[in-house]
Design a protein around this ligand. Sequence first.
Ligand SMILES: C[S@@+](CC[C@H](N)C(=O)[O-])C[C@H]1O[C@@H](n2cnc3c(N)ncnc32)[C@H](O)[C@@H]1O
Ligand code: SF4
Length: 390
Amino acid sequence: MFNFTSTLPLTLYIHIPWCVRKCPYCDFNSHEAQGGIPEAQYVTALLADLEQDLPAAWGRPVDSVFIGGGTPSLFSPEAIDRLLSGIRALVQLQPGAEITLEANPGTVDRERFQGFREAGINRLSIGVQSFQPELLEKIGRIHNAREAIRAAEAAHYAGFDNFNLDLMFGLPGQTVPQALADLQTALDLEPPHLSWYELTIEPNTPFYRHPPSLPAEDTVADMQDVGRSTLESRGYRRYEVSAWARDGRTCRHNLNYWQFGDYLGIGAGAHGKLTDMARQAIVRSTRIRHPRHYLDALQKRDFVHSRVELSAQDAILEFVMNALRLDDGFTPEVFTRHTGLPASALDPGLQTALDAGLLEHTADMVRATRLGQRYLNELLQFWMPDARGN
Ligand SMILES: C[S@@+](CC[C@H](N)C(=O)[O-])C[C@H]1O[C@@H](n2cnc3c(N)ncnc32)[C@H](O)[C@@H]1O
Ligand code: SF4
C-alpha cells in the first residue's frame, strides 16, 4: 500500500501536564498543580519513556524539540537542564536544533529565562492572550498585562533572539479596537514570531458549559482583516492559519507537523507519529493521559496508551488536514514523500475542491484559496470517504 523511499525528518515533543490554574477555555491535557509538582520523578519518567521509544527511531537525528503543556515554565531550570542533558545522551540532536519551551507570564522572571537558556532552550513561546486587564480576567488568566510585557522583555534580556508570543482574538466582549491594540502592544515587543489564534469554544471546558458572550461573526471578520493588514505592514508574513513570522523565523517544529513529518511524543497524553520504513507503515501512538497514571507507569516502564497503524485513507486525510493549513500549501512531491502514496491518491477530492473554488493548483503547488482557508473544515470534507458516498 505505502511506498516510502526516504526517511522523513524527525522531531521530539515533550508534554508537561501541569498549570497554576486551569483557564476556562482550555482543553489541553493540563491539571492544576495542587500540592507541588513531582518534577524530578517526571523527568525520570520522560527519559525512561524516550528510551522505550528509541528502537522505533534508531539512528535518526532529531531536528527540533518542543517542550509544551500545560505550563513547562513551572519546571525549574535545573529540571529542564537534566531533561535536555538526558535527551542529548539518548538521541542525536542536529547541530542548531530548535529547542522551544512554552512559558506562562505568571510563572517567569529574568533569572528563570536565563536558566532555561543556559540549559539549552533557544526559543520561548510565551502565552500572553491579551493585554487588556478586563479581558485577561474574563478568560481566567493568572497574570496581568504588566507581567505579560515583562515576560517578553525578560526574553530579550535573557538573550533569546527567537521567541513567540501567543495572542487570542474573538474574546468575550472584545471590540475591534481592543483586538488591534493587543496586536500593536505585542508587536512593540518585537517578537520574531506571533501566534494569533481565534478563540474556539471547546467541548469539556467551563466556557462550553457556560458560554460567555462572544463578538458577532462580522466583528471577528473585521478583527481578522485589520489584524492581517497590521501584521503585514509591520513586516510579518503569515505562513499558517494562525502563525506569523518576521525575517523567516517560522517555527521549524510546528512546520514539521504541518508537513506530516515524523515525531516522537513523550509525556502524559503526548501523541507520536513514526514511519516504519522496514514494514512500510505509519504508526500513531498516544501516551497514558493522566499525570498520576503516567508516573505510575514508570514502574513497568510502559507509558504507551495506544498504538495504531494508519490506512492509506487516514494518511491522505491527515496529510491534507495539516498541509492545507499552510499558506504555501504543498507540492505533489512532498505529498508522495510524506505519505508514501502516489500524487494521484489525492484525485478523488481534488477536482471537486477545485470546482468549489476552495483549492488552487498551480504548476507545482496545491493550496487552499482564501475562501478555502476560511472554510477549511468544508474543504477537508472532500477527502472524507463518507462525504463522497464511498
Ligand atoms: C499550552 S498553551 C501556552 C502556554 C501556557 N500554557 C499559557 O497558556 O500561557 C498554548 C496556546 O494555545 C492557545 N489556546 C488554548 N486554548 C485555546 C482556545 N480554546 N482557542 C484558541 N486558542 C487557544 C493559547 O493562545 C495558548 O497560549
Ligand atoms: S495556562 Fe495554558 S495550558 Fe494551562 S490551562 Fe491556561 S491555556 Fe491551558
